[in-house]
Design a protein around this ligand. Structure first.
Ligand code: PGA
Length: 250
């Protein structure tokens, strides 16, 4: 059985005080969940968030990581070891905003995936096509290319300790989610592609859907056989909404 996972990606939102209020609201109303629930605050708030969630069921994730694994002259970067040191368990790797706005290539994403695992953290590898790519019938090809780049560098066994998030770029922050059928089709494609290398690893791999997930659409998306939870942006900034999404996943 794959335990569902819901991760809240807060992106570059909030302040120290707002962040603490959100975490406290999640803790207060949260209680035990059948799903794993991960919050990914901006990097500067990771440490404080870690302290707030200590002893609670919530887990901590980072939104990004440096591909370099050794300390050194990498101004502005944060290493996977540092993220582990402050209590993170997960790292988003290859989010489409990192790919599109900060020029992250498939090769760099693969290095970040490896760096994350080297620090005993679990990467949440994000893949997904743009609207133009979907319209040209390239969805599977794009997702395959993004997955294969990581498989080539990290190897299939690395996917025993990883999560994959399918996030169609056209659905992120647009209010226009993929239909449950569209999500399921790509998730099944991803699982098959992993299964072609190792069926056992594929069967256990958690596949999250992301892109305009909200309380109103979460249940039907999460009900798909190959959808094991969600990566939630905007809707994770409101405690009530996020908790309803988490409840829909379990
Ligand atoms: P969204 O973002 O839920 O606001 O569409 C999802 C994400 O970017 O992870």
């Amino acid at each position: 059985m794959r335990r569902p996972l819901v991760a809240g990606n807060w992106k570059m939102h909030g302040s120290r005080a707002e962040n603490a209020r959100l975490v406290e609201a999640l803790i207060e109303a949260g209680g035990a969940s059948a799903s794993e629930v991960v919050v990914c605050p901006p990097a500067v708030y990771l440490w404080e968030t870690a302290r707030l969630i200590k002893g609670e069921e919530l887990l901590l994730g980072a939104q990004n990581v440096c591909a370099e694994t050794h300390p050194g002259a990498f101004t502005g970067e944060v290493s996977a070891d540092m993220l582990a040191d402050v209590g993170a368990s997960y790292v988003l790797v290859g989010h489409s905003e990192r790919r599109a706005l900060y020029g992250e290539t498939d090769a760099l994403v693969a290095r970040k995936f490896v760096a994350t695992q080297a620090a005993s953290l679990t990467p949440i590898l994000c893949v997904g096509e743009t609207l133009a790519e979907r319209e040209q019938g390239l969805t599977d090809a794009v997702v395959a290319r993004q997955l294969d780049a990581v498989l080539a560098v990290a190897g299939i066994r690395a996917f025993r300790r990883a999560v994959v998030a399918y996030e169609p770029v056209w659905a992120i922050g647009t209010g226009k989610n993929a239909s449950p059928e569209q999500a399921e089709a790509v998730h099944a494609f991803i699982r098959d592609r992993i299964a072609s290398q190792d069926a056992t690893i594929a069967a256990a791999l958690r596949l999250l859907y992301g892109g305009s997930v909200k309380a109103a659409n979460a249940a039907e998306i999460f009900a798909q056989p190959n959808v094991d939870g969600g990566l939630v942006g905007g809707a994770s900034l409101k405690a009530d909404e996020f908790l309803r999404i988490c409840a829909a996943s379990g």
